[in-house]
Design a protein around this ligand. Structure first.
Ligand code: ATP
Length: 234
């Protein structure tokens, strides 16, 4: 479904990604793990058109999207649930969800999806006319996931969904992500919580300093001596 071939991405002189190739097949849950600054977020930004690669190619369902605009990439079926959630704090919860659907024209479908989001996230339903900035971190994460799903994506990318959340909320967030996949979407997730990410994924990639250090199934990676020592506490 997604094929990244040897991309290099830079911020000015900083080379954040130094020639990375990876694949996500339809229906998979793939995770990218690695230390701070390894280039994980930059990879998701490259896919969603926010950080166009200096070289290399990105193909989605066979179409070259390497230099496509973020709007077009979203319209093609890729949603990005960003690090730190980035909800619009001065907009209501309902308006945040509407923003997720801003490229869609099917009003009836949007209304139906909105109702489904409120069924799935009752806490958001209760507070739909309140400003999103008043939500707790966990609730904002639910809203950010709901907003991403409002575009009806075929591929959903989650950047550090567990960051800054209490353990019970982290567990709930991962359950929701697994449900997103069970409901038919393909998932690419960047996570620092390496154990949880490897445990729930089909396949994983390990980044070190802007390059790929290792790839394999989640189970293989959990048992890999280097991964255990450096990322799973031994
Ligand atoms: P983290 O979990 O800390 O976000 P990451 O693996 O997602 O880490 P990236 O955010 O992709 O890493 O960063 C990769 C490299 O690019 C780092 O060296 C980082 O300092 C640099 N970088 C990221 N964003 C920018 C930016 N806007 N301007 C300059 N350098 C940046």
């Amino acid at each position: 479904m997604l094929e990244i071939d040897n991309i290099v991405c830079r911020y000015g002189k900083v080379e954040a990604i130094k020639g990375v190739s990876l694949k996500v097949r339809k229906g998979e849950l793939v995770t990218v793990i690695g230390a701070n600054g390894a280039g994980k977020s930059s990879t998701l930004k490259a896919i969603s058109g926010l950080l166009p690669p200096a070289s290399g190619t990105i193909r989605f369902e066979g179409v070259d999207i390497t230099r496509a605009t973020p709007q077009r990439i979203l319209s093609m079926g890729i949603a990005h649930c960003p690090e730190g959630r980035r909800v619009f704090p001065q907009m209501t919860i309902q308006e945040n969800l509407e923003m997720g659907a801003y490229r869609r024209k099917d009003k009836a479908g949007i209304t139906a999806d909105m109702a489904r989001m409120f069924d799935n996230f009752p806490k958001l339903a209760e507070r739909r006319y309140q400003m999103a900035g008043t939500l707790s971190g966990g609730e904002q994460q639910m809203l950010a996931i709901g907003r991403a799903l409002m575009s009806r994506p075929r591929l959903v990318m989650f950047d550090e969904p567990s960051l800054g959340l209490a353990p019970n909320i982290v567990e709930k967030t991962f359950e929701i992500i697994q449900k997103v996949r069970a409901d038919g979407a393909t998932v690419l997730m960047v996570e620092q919580n390496a154990y949880a990410a490897l445990d729930m994924c089909d396949r994983a990639y390990l980044y070190e300093s802007g390059s790929l250090a290792l790839e394999g199934t989640g189970k293989d990676m959990i048992h890999d001596p280097h991964v255990r020592k450096a990322y799973l506490g031994g």
